[in-house]
Ligand binder design. Structure first.
Ligand SMILES: [Cu+2]
Length: 161
């Protein structure tokens, strides 16, 4: 029955892009980083992640980087005079002690600019999150279909958000 472990490994690999994944960095729990797939030629794309601070001290997400983008920025999105506007948050995003901060469609997000190529559905994309206290954390983003809402990205963790 030698083939069985190989089949099992193959099915795990195939299941990987859609499955939940998370990371621990000190007191920070980094849940399900994901990006939206982009059409060929798109200049920019969006990335999302949920961060839980289980520690007693505030931290701050200062910046992000990925090899898929010439630069990556942290953005907020809000409605001003009836128009949805994104803007960079140069001071980063506060991750208060004991709280959960979600970067999600319609709110805080990562903006990938000067893409080196399309973000392809099903791929795994490296992402570096740099925190004030936790330092640089390497994670991988799952890639969801274009236009995927937050709930379609495999939030089957059964964890607090
Ligand atoms: Cu943006």
């Amino acid at each position: 029955m030698r083939f069985f472990p190989i089949l099992l490994a193959a099915s795990l690999l195939l299941a990987a892009p859609a499955s939940a994944h998370d990371y621990q960095a000190g007191e920070l729990h980094i849940i399900h980083p994901w990006a939206r797939a982009t059409p060929p030629g798109a200049p920019a794309g969006g990335g999302f992640v949920t961060i839980v601070n289980n520690g007693g001290a505030d931290d701050r997400l200062l910046g992000v980087a990925s090899p898929i983008a010439g630069r990556a920025e942290l953005h907020s999105m809000e409605v001003t005079d009836g128009i949805m506007k994104m803007r960079p948050v140069p001071d980063g995003i506060s991750i208060p002690a004991g709280q959960t901060v979600a970067l999600e469609p319609g709110g805080y997000h990562i903006m990938f600019l000067d893409l080196t190529g399309p973000i392809e559905e099903g791929a795994r994309v490296p992402l570096t999150l740099t925190f004030e206290k936790a330092g640089a954390v390497e994670v991988e983003m799952a890639v969801a279909p274009p236009g995927a809402p937050a709930s379609a990205a495999g939030h089957d963790h059964g964890e607090a958000r």
